[in-house]
Design a protein. Structure first.
Length: 410
């Protein structure tokens, strides 16, 4: 999913491996985990798709101050190694973190960006809220002109890279190299591809650490079905935002939206090895719907927010994921931000009961909440273009911050 504004992105098994690369490689220590892995294993089956991860080796380079900070926040660049079972050797991954300047111990927030949106995820603004905020560049991603080692896997091994960074923070906290984090408070927030990564990561962390590991998680327009995303891009390419114009038109080929769709389609076909019709099993095993049963088990409070006007990740992806889970309060807000109890466009026939009353803002009654906005697209800013406008984007980010504040900062 290529990047749009604010860390979102557009176009978005691990098999067993010995991971025997020595200390600090961040790999699977001992290969596939045993079924009696102990009380914190979360009842993990022998073929569990996520390997163990440790923090040995720390940072490869850094922390080096960068210019993302402000008057109240300091930010730093780091690199670290990450080796999932699919990797023949350890990869070097870029990362950064921001923390309040004032001394103290702060709750950890892992901020998971969209594809090619590294450094665009407002890390400093989360740190200014009172978080020690960490961001991985992921394998094959990072900045468009400075890609990471490895290749993008679309919501598979990227979750390992995030967990590896968190494990390093924990290791460095244990030996007091990092003295500003509270390891008893950990949250995650993800935009687009990062939303899917967040869902996979919290499931894996629960499986290995048990209850109480991740205290809150927010999925902002994350994909749950890569095939649905791919087919939306193909539709967009053939009919630009419903305008009746095709991106094959010689006058429109270099239109930024057409370029974005073309890159996303090509990237997805390359990663998957073909189209959904050619390799349906590959599309089926990516993203968060594939692990809905594992997500269902977690005790982490979850907020999912999405917009009906999203032309990058269909709103149905969030609704379909919630349809596979239990315990969600689901809210539908029309363009005037009024609560309506009808199905949002794209979310019908999923058995979701849309609530009536006052939608949550700063206080969330349920630990699992879905909010769908009729007038939001794949951006947390207002959007005004010739074809359409969407003004509720800021509400997605505001609710995300409110949810994190309720669970982490009070």
């Amino acid at each position: 999913m290529m990047s749009t504004a604010c860390g979102s992105s557009d176009p978005t098994d691990a098999g067993p491996g010995d991971g025997d690369g020595g200390p600090g490689n961040g790999g699977n220590e001992g290969g596939t985990m045993d079924t009696d892995a102990g009380p914190d294993s979360g009842g993990m089956p022998m073929d569990y798709p996520w390997p163990a991860v440790d923090g040995k080796g720390g940072w490869l380079t850094g922390p080096t101050p960068n210019d993302a900070g402000n008057g109240s926040v300091d930010c730093f660049d780091v690199t670290y190694s990450s080796q999932a079972p699919t990797d023949e050797e350890a990869l070097v991954i870029d990362g950064q973190y921001c923390r309040p300047k004032a001394p103290g111990k702060y709750p950890i927030l892992m901020v998971n960006h969209g594809i090619f949106a590294y450094r665009g995820s407002m890390l400093a603004s989360f740190a200014a809220m009172g978080f020690a905020a960490f961001e991985s560049g992921y394998r094959g991603d990072g900045l468009p002109d400075n890609t990471e080692d490895g290749e993008i896997t679309l919501c598979l091994d990227e979750a390992f890279d995030v967990r590896r960074m968190l494990a390093i923070v924990e290791e460095l906290s244990d030996d007091s190299t990092i003295d500003f984090v509270d390891m008893d408070q950990i949250a995650m927030v993800g935009f687009s591809h990062g939303g899917c990564i967040t869902m996979r990561a919290i499931a894996a962390e629960y499986a290995f650490h048990g209850e109480g590991r991740i205290d809150a998680a927010v999925d902002i327009f994350g994909p749950s079905d890569i095939e649905a995303v791919y087919r939306l891009w193909k539709k967009n390419y053939a009919n630009i935002l419903g305008s009746g114009q095709s991106c094959d038109n010689i006058l429109l080929k270099e239109n930024p939206f057409c370029v974005q769709m073309r890159k996303g389609i090509t990237l997805t076909e390359t990663i998957m090895g073909g189209t959904p019709d050619e390799v349906p099993e590959e599309y089926a095993r990516h993203a968060s719907l594939a692990v809905a049963e594992e997500i269902e088990k977690v005790d982490t409070p979850i907020l999912i927010v999405h917009g009906v006007k999203d032309v990058i990740v269909p709103v149905s992806d969030s609704c379909r994921l919630v349809g596979e889970l239990s315990g969600f309060d689901a809210w539908h807000l029309n363009a005037g931000s009024n609560v309506v109890t009808s199905d949002p466009a794209g979310c019908g026939e999923l058995g979701i009961a849309w609530k009536d009353g006052t939608a949550p803002t700063t206080t969330f009654a349920s630990d699992r909440t879905l909010i769908i906005y009729d007038d939001a697209t794949h951006d947390v800013n207002p959007v005004n273009i010739i074809v359409f406008s969407a003004q509720q984007g800021p509400q997605l980010l505001a609710r995300a911050k409110d949810f994190l504040t309720q669970h982490m900062l009070k």
